[in-house]
Each structure stands twice: as structure tokens, then as C-alpha cells.
Design a protein around this ligand. Structure first.
Ligand SMILES: Cc1cc2nc3c(=O)[nH]c(=O)nc-3n(C[C@H](O)[C@H](O)[C@H](O)COP(=O)(O)OP(=O)(O)OC[C@H]3O[C@@H](n4cnc5c(N)ncnc54)[C@H](O)[C@@H]3O)c2cc1C
Length: 412
């Protein structure tokens, strides 16, 4: 059995940034990264791919080229955690033990939870930027839209990048406007949540943008079924009402949760609907149980296993799940882990920072930045709630470069 001083589960945005940062602090650390994928993706650019302004090939690179030097890549996927034995078991059957564990396998996309969706994705005008394979089809749908109903959905679960369901809707509306077909079309936002945006300052500007494009809002409407051949979608309200809507194109954001191997593990938060002692399994868990890793929202240390840390999309921290959040969480996690290794106390704290670069049209972007209290925490010395070309350049040029050249190397 192989033992690592630090074992990282997931070599995505968080896993690579954290490993790089740890090795920059102490190059002698023995770190293993368990990651099944040969490819690494810059997911934030999939919005731009769907908008037709970014080449999907530039969002994919070889994982091997980004595994930090000095760490060991285990090309496998974890299937169970045994935190009482400081051990994980992989799909291949191999087991790995650790002194410290970092759990960062991201979020699970539950396409199957919308009836009929899997059967029709990628055809019949049904698309999603939440997949490398489908993002180019989004632009096909937008380009080929000749008027009628364009639907954009957001589920009633937490999602990665809560702004992404709207970003593509604004780009599509701007495309329709430029082609002179916006006025004769119906753009609908069907949102499983209750409002446009949780931060008042940005919600106000987004409302103006929604009005500018004439978008029809339907909050508390959760997508539950699609019939691609008949081009019909059904939504459910919390009151149990079922609403039917015809579409010519539909951009779907799938329901999301922690990955199943985390959700039903001892590392997940307790399902509040289960009595103490009842094991959390696919048949006992409540339908909306997220299963996120149970960490302290400030220190990112596990609430029951002190040698376990987590952050990123899989963690139970109530922030906007974004790469921007990971950038602020990674140094906190690394600092606290290094202190724990040396027998010290936890001093670094994450304030819930999240960011959402909202593409409100071609060449226009509102850079929302905020904390756990939904208070704006802006980086630049100007009002970021204003649509700006400079922030569009940040999103389309600067941030992708930073991701591949600084963030994954633990240097930003
Ligand atoms: C369309 C879209 C737009 C977005 N826009 C933005 C944006 O504008 N700004 C922003 O900041 N963020 C944005 N994001 C969100 C951002 O990509 C994520 O928040 C970020 O990647 C989270 O990092 P992570 O390391 O937690 O997860 P990921 O980067 O997803 O990495 C998880 C890794 O874990 C691996 N893994 C999965 N299962 C296992 C297993 N069983 N064992 C081992 N490894 C496993 C996966 O292969 C993956 O490599 C967007 C995302 C999408 C989809």
C-alpha cells in the first residue's frame, strides 16, 4: 500500500493550485494527487465558447503538463473514503494512506435528474455550456436561431458559477439584437431559485439588463422534463404547479450536488432529514441532499477529522462556487494545513470571497465580487457594477492566461 504525507483527491483548479502552493512552501513534502482525467479544462471560458468568441480547443490541455513537479500523479479515481483508517480506496481497487487529506473533486452534474434531457442534449436545439462537448453547440443554436422562444434555465440546487446561466442568456440576447431578431423573439429565464442575483448592488444592474433585452423572468420554476423531438420543456414550482413551455432553443444548466462518492461518505455533512445513526445511502438520502464536505467555513478544516481539509466546489462553504473562490481559499487552506503539520493552531481565515464576471453583452462585462455576507469586495478603484469593456478584456484575455500560467502554479 502506498502512503503519502499529503494526499489530494482531484487534480482540478483547487487540487493543482494547492499542491503547487504546498510545494512552494516546502519542496520536500511527499504529495500524491489522485486524478482520473488525462485532460484539464479551463471551464470559465465555456461561456465564451457558447457565445462564439473563444475556441473550445483552447480550454483543454494535458493534465500531465500541469502536475506540479515533485508531486506524484495517481491516474485513478477515488471510490470510497475510510477516514478512520486515514485511507482512500480507488476504482482500480488500489488503496492509499495519508497523514493529511485534501478533498477537492469538484461538483457532480446530475443531467439524469431532468427527465428526457440526456436523450436530447446536443440536438433539437437543446444545449449546455456545462460541458466541453456541448459548449460549441450552444453557439450553433444561437447562430441558427431565427426567432421564436429561446429558453435559459437555472436549477434549484447550488451550481458552479451561479452567474453562468445568465451570462450566456445576455450574450444570446445581444446576438439576436445585432441580427435584428430580438424584438420578434421571446427570451425566457426559467430560474429554480428565487431571484436574479443575491448581491443587491449587482442585482440592480442585472435587472436593467434583463429589461433592456426584454427577457421574461420566471423565478421558482425548476426544469424537470424535456421532450426534444416535440421541443417542449416542463417546469415545476414549489407549490407543485407544472408549467409547459415550447422552445426553439434551450440552454440547460443541470442540477448539481457533491459527487456521489463524497455524498454517501463519512466526510459529508449529515443529511438533516435522517435520524442520527441512519446511514446516508441513495435510498435513504432526501432528494435535495447536497452531500458537501463538512468543513469549517473559515478555516476549511473538516469539522470531525482534523487531518482533512477541503475547498472548491465540493466543500460545504456557503460561498459562490467559482474558480475565483478557489484562488482565495487555496492560500488559507495551505497556511492552516502547514500550521497543523507543525502542531500549531489555525490562524488563516477565508471570508467567503466569490466573483462572477457577468458577460452582459459582447464587449461588456460587470465584475461582481462579494463575500459571505453578500457585501461587494471589489478589486478595482471604480464602480464594478457598471458594464465595462476593460472587464470584458480581463475575462477574455487576462484571466485565461493567469489560470494556465500563474494560478495552477500556485503563484496567483
Ligand atoms: C460554464 C461554466 C462557467 C464558469 N465560469 C466561471 C467564471 O467565470 N469564473 C470562475 O471563477 N469560475 C467559473 N466557473 C466555475 C469553476 O470552473 C469551478 O468553480 C472550479 O473549476 C472549481 O474548482 P475545483 O477544483 O473545486 O473543481 P474542478 O476544477 O472541477 O476539479 C475537480 C477535479 O476532480 C476530479 N475528480 C472527479 N471525481 C474524482 C474522483 N472520484 N477521484 C479523483 N478525482 C476526481 C475531476 O476530474 C476534476 O479534475 C465556471 C464553470 C462552468 C462549468
Amino acid at each position: 500500500m502506498t502512503h503519502f504525507q499529503v494526499l489530494v483527491v482531484g487534480g482540478g483548479n483547487a487540487g493543482l493550485s494547492i499542491t503547487s502552493k504546498l510545494l512552494l512552501k516546502d519542496s520536500k513534502l511527499n504529495i500524491g494527487i489522485i486524478e482520473p482525467s488525462e485532460k484539464h479544462y479551463y471551464q470559465p471560458a465555456w461561456t465564451l465558447v457558447g457565445g462564439g468568441v473563444y475556441n473550445v480547443k483552447d480550454t483543454e490541455k494535458n493534465e500531465r503538463d500541469f502536475i506540479p513537479k515533485g508531486s506524484t500523479w495517481v491516474k485513478d479515481s477515488v471510490s470510497t473514503f475510510e477516514p478512520d483508517q486515514n485511507q482512500v480506496t480507488c476504482k482500480s481497487g488500489a488503496k492509499y494512506t495519508y497523514d493529511y487529506l485534501i478533498v477537492v473533486p469538484g461538483i457532480q452534474l446530475n443531467w439524469h435528474k431532468v427527465k428526457g434531457l440526456k436523450e436530447t442534449l446536443g440536438k433539437n436545439g437543446v444545449t449546455s455550456n456545462y460541458s466541453f462537448n456541448l459548449a460549441p453547440y450552444t453557439y450553433e443554436c444561437i447562430k441558427n436561431f431565427k426567432g421564436g422562444n429561446a429558453l435559459f434555465t437555472s436549477p434549484n440546487t447550488p451550481v458552479k458559477c451561479g452567474g453562468a446561466p445568465q451570462k450566456i442568456m445576455y450574450l444570446a440576447s445581444d446576438n439576436f439584437r445585432k441580427r435584428g431578431i430580438l424584438k420578434g423573439s421571446n427570451v425566457h429565464f426559467f430560474n429554480g431559485g428565487t431571484m436574479l442575483f443575491g448581491v443587491k448592488k449587482y442585482a440592480e444592474v442585472l435587472q436593467k439588463i434583463v429589461n433592456r433585452y426584454g427577457i421574461k423572468e420566471h423565478h421558482k420554476h425548476n426544469l424537470v422534463e424535456i421532450d426534444g423531438d416535440r421541443k417542449l420543456a416542463w417546469f415545476e414550482t414549489p407549490e407543485g404547479q407544472r408549467v409547459e413551455q415550447a422552445f426553439d432553443m434551450i440552454h440547460v444548466v443541470p442540477p448539481q450536488s457533491a459527487p456521489d462518492f463524497v455524498k454517501y461518505s463519512p466526510l459529508a455533512i449529515q443529511d438533516p432529514t435522517l435520524e442520527a445513526g441512519t446511514p446516508c445511502t441513495p435510498s435513504t438520502a432526501s432528494p435535495n441532499f447536497g452531500g458537501w464536505v463538512d468543513v469549517d467555513k473559515y478555516t476549511l478544516q473538516h469539522n470531525r477529522y482534523p487531518n482533512v481539509f477541503s475547498c472548491g466546489d465540493v466543500a460545504n462553504t456557503p460561498n459562490a462556487k467559482t474558480g475565483a473562490a478557489v484562488r482565495k481559499q487555496a492560500p488559507v487552506l495551505v497556511d492552516n494545513l502547514m500550521h497543523v503539520m507543525k502542531g500549531g493552531s489555525l490562524s488563516a481565515k477565508y471570508n467567503g470571497y466569490g466573483s462572477c464576471p457577468l458577460t452582459t453583452g459582447y464587449g461588456k462585462l460587470v465584475l461582481a465580487e462579494f463575500d459571505y455576507d453578500n457585501q461587494p469586495t471589489e478589486t478595482f478603484p471604480f464602480n464594478q457594477a457598471k458594464e465595462r469593456w476593460s472587464m470584458w478584456m480581463l475575462k477574455t484575455k487576462v484571466l485565461p492566461w493567469m489560470y494556465w500560467n500563474r494560478i495552477l502554479q500556485g503563484k496567483a
